[in-house]
Structure formats: structure tokens, C-alpha cells
Design a protein around this ligand. Structure first.
Ligand SMILES: *Cc1c(COP(=O)(O)O)cnc(C)c1O
Length: 399
């Protein structure tokens, strides 16, 4: 490693809180599926900032929209209207098929917004007794890092020493409709689920699960909130992962690729009967829906539609999956995925050293839970690039 990289890492370690354990790579430039480190070495980015970069690094159309807006107007606060929020929310509503949307910034804020919306609906519409509302979540979930959200995580690293947990959350087994059915009662206002559990290691529920969740929620008068912050906007080969089962949620959460990696932008889209319950003063955010975010978000969504990224993810994901399955390495327990959200699961806890080998060979990926490596390149990746990536994976397995 060169001096420049060493100095950067030393500064990070000296002045930064150690809430991450990054690979020793210092990046300074990105374009499409590639990033370059400070020494000019090129890597495939197969993490894509946890799917925030579906459109690829520094997409020129999004960059142009951001640049133009930077010289015009960046923030008004919601105390006034701005000319771009309406068009942005309209686009989100058209894409999701939902009548209303509420803009926030980080993904965790979208989740928090949905939690408030489901509780609000529970009290105002379902008639749940004050402060008794329950939200059902799944074990293995990842919905962000706020105190309320980590309070219903099942990962000790996430919740330990950060209690007391916010009450009102009930955990069930992911993928089990029976477990969900048993947990629903008259206090239940909503069910919050990832259509595929990304951080848990690309855990795909049994086929038909999401459809059954939808039916169960409808029949028991409970809201279904889908966290598509990681799976949405093309990643799994459809615009939304729920589309694979033809399911419409009551609330859908977007983030990450909603900005194409330029800026934190999130949103909750959902039914009028739910989001329509917020009144002035009951929820907000200084930066939510700001004109810079809306300009970037509009351009980011436009790229997903114009470049048909969901279709690309479906075709190229199938091709990548086939190539990975052909690796046939005895240390591999399973190769799985949907669209371009793929994972290699090893029998032993070798995910981290394997990621180091991948990085040394020019491919950046991240281990989750010691045995799993997620491979999720920007959706603009091409077939020859996948071939080159497969060659790196092959080479890294043999060292
Ligand atoms: C990343 C993620 C979040 C949280 O988003 P932040 O922008 O990091 O707050 C929530 N849900 C899912 C499924 C995610 O992948």
C-alpha cells in the first residue's frame, strides 16, 4: 500500500469512531461499475453502496441535474413550497402505483416515518387503544440504525448496549406465514418486512410468501409495509421486488438508489388512507423534499426507467448466477440471488478473507455474517464485465 492510502487510513482511524471495519482500500474516483483507489488501481464495485448505486458511479445524467440545481436553489425547508417536490413525488407515485408519497433523507428515516404512519393508522382508523399498537417485524431484519429500529433487530451487534428498546415490536420467523399468523392480534397495526433480507445475507423467502403476507394482512386488517430500500428500483430484476409476486403493499419504503448515490434521499409511498392521516406538525424533516434532492431523485429515477435497469438486472443477474453456480467449489454451501442481488454462502466462516482476496484481484465486495459474500454490482454492468468479474471470483477462490 502506498503512502497516500496509508495516511488516509491513519487519519480515519485516529479521528473517526470505529463503527465500521472497512477493507484497506482508499477510493477516490468512480465511474459506472468501476472505482479507482488513490494509487490508480481499478476495481469492480460489487457492493454498490448496499444498492444505492444501481445507476452506477457518477452517472452523467444525474450529475448534470445535480450540478444545474446546485446553482439554482438547494433548500427552502417545507415551510414553503418548491417547484420540484411535486414532480418528484408524482414520479414516485407513478412508479410505485401508490397515491401518496412523503420525502425524507436516510433510509432509517423512511422506516421511522412508516412506523409512525402505521401507528397513526392503528389509533385513528383501526381503533387500537392508546399506546398499545404493535408492529410485527421479522427476525434477521435490517431496517437501519436509529434507537427504535435497532431495538427490534435480532443482531446483538446492532442492539446490545443500546437499550432500552422501544416497545411495541413483535418478532416472527422470516418466511413463515404461520409464525406471522400467530403473532397478529387486535393491537397489530402493521407488518414491516424486507421482500428479500439483504443485510442478513440475501435471504430469499419461500415463493408465494409475500403474496400470503399480503392476503393475511388484508384479511386481518393490518397494514403491510415493504422495506424496498435495498431491493427496490430494479435491483432484483423488477422495479420492485414485490412485483415478482404481483403484490402491492400499503406502504413501500424507498431510499438508496432513489438518488443513484449522490445524496441521501428516501421516501415512503402509500395509501391515501394511511399517509393522508398526517397533519401539519405531526411529522417533518428540515431537508426532506428539498429542491436539490428532488432534482437528483427525478434524474435518478429517470435513468432507471430510461435505461431499463430492472430488465438488465433480470437478464444479467441470471447470467451472473449461472456463472457463479458453475464455479462448483466444495467450500461453497449455496449460490443464490434474484436479479443482481446475489450471494455466495460458504460452509466455513471464510467470507472476510475471501473478500480480501477479491479486493487484491480487483473486485470489491462485502462479507455479511462471516459465511456470506454479497455480490451486487451497479445494474449498468455489461456481459463482458460480468465475465471479467467471474474470472476474478474464480482466481480468488483458488488462492
Ligand atoms: C440500508 C437500509 C436501510 C437504512 O438506510 P440508511 O440510509 O442507511 O438509513 C433500511 N432498510 C434496508 C432494507 C436497508 O438496506
Amino acid at each position: 500500500m502506498g503512502g497516500k492510502a496509508k495516511r488516509s487510513i491513519e487519519l480515519d482511524n485516529r479521528y473517526g469512531a470505529h463503527n465500521y471495519a472497512p477493507l484497506p482500500v482508499v477510493l477516490e474516483r468512480g465511474r459506472g461499475v468501476y472505482v479507482w483507489d488513490v494509487e490508480g488501481r481499478r476495481y469492480f464495485d460489487m457492493l454498490s453502496a448496499y444498492s444505492a448505486l444501481n445507476q452506477g458511479h457518477c452517472h452523467p445524467a444525474i450529475a448534470a441535474a445535480a450540478r444545474a440545481q446546485l446553482g439554482r436553489l438547494t433548500l427552502t425547508s417545507r415551510a414553503f413550497h418548491n417547484a420540484l417536490m411535486g414532480p418528484f413525488l408524482k414520479k414516485i407515485c407513478e412508479l410505485t402505483g401508490q397515491p401518496k408519497a412523503l420525502p425524507m433523507n436516510s433510509g432509517a428515516e423512511a422506516v421511522e416515518t412508516a412506523i409512525k404512519a402505521m401507528r397513526l393508522w392503528g389509533y385513528r382508523r383501526k381503533g387500537i387503544a392508546p399506546n398499545q399498537a404493535e408492529i410485527i417485524v421479522a427476525r434477521g431484519n435490517f431496517h437501519g440504525r436509529t434507537t427504535t429500529i435497532v431495538g427490534f433487530s435480532s443482531d446483538p451487534d446492532s442492539y446490545e448496549n443500546f437499550g432500552p428498546a422501544t416497545p411495541g415490536f413483535i418478532s416472527v420467523n422470516y418466511g413463515s406465514i404461520e409464525s406471522l399468523e400467530e403473532a397478529i392480534n387486535e393491537r397489530t397495526c402493521g407488518v414491516l418486512l424486507e421482500p428479500i433480507q439483504g443485510e442478513a445475507g440475501v435471504r430469499i423467502p419461500p415463493e408465494g410468501y409475500l403474496k400470503k403476507v399480503r392476503e393475511l394482512c388484508s384479511s386481518r386488517e393490518v397494514l403491510f409495509c415493504a422495506d424496498e430500500i435495498q431491493t427496490g428500483l430494479g435491483r432484483t430484476g423488477k422495479m420492485f421486488c414485490l412485483d415478482h409476486e404481483g403484490v402491492q403493499a400499503d406502504l413501500i419504503l424507498l431510499g438508496k438508489a432513489l438518488s443513484g448515490g449522490f445524496y441521501p434521499i428516501s421516501a415512503v409511498a402509500g395509501r391515501e388512507e394511511v399517509l393522508g392521516l398526517f397533519t401539519p406538525g405531526t411529522h417533518g424533516s428540515t431537508f426532506g423534499g428539498n429542491p436539490l434532492a428532488c432534482a437528483i431523485g427525478l434524474a435518478a429515477l429517470d435513468v432507471i426507467v430510461r435505461e431499463r435497469l430492472p430488465r438488465r438486472a433480470a437478464a444479467l443477474g441470471a447470467y451472473f448466477l449461472e456463472g457463479l453456480r458453475a464455479l462448483d467449489d466444495p467450500r461453497l454451501l449455496e449460490v443464490r440471488g434474484k436479479g443482481l442481488l446475489l450471494a455466495l454462502e460458504f460452509k466455513q466462516p471464510i467470507a472476510k478473507p475471501f473478500c480480501k482476496a477479491l479486493a487484491a484481484n480487483g473486485l470489491l465486495a462485502k462479507d455479511t455474517h462471516q459465511t456470506t459474500v454479497r455480490l451486487a454490482p451497479p445494474l449498468v454492468i455489461t456481459k463482458p464485465q460480468i465475465d471479467a468479474a467471474l474470472e476474478i471470483v474464480r482466481r480468488s477462490l483458488s488462492c
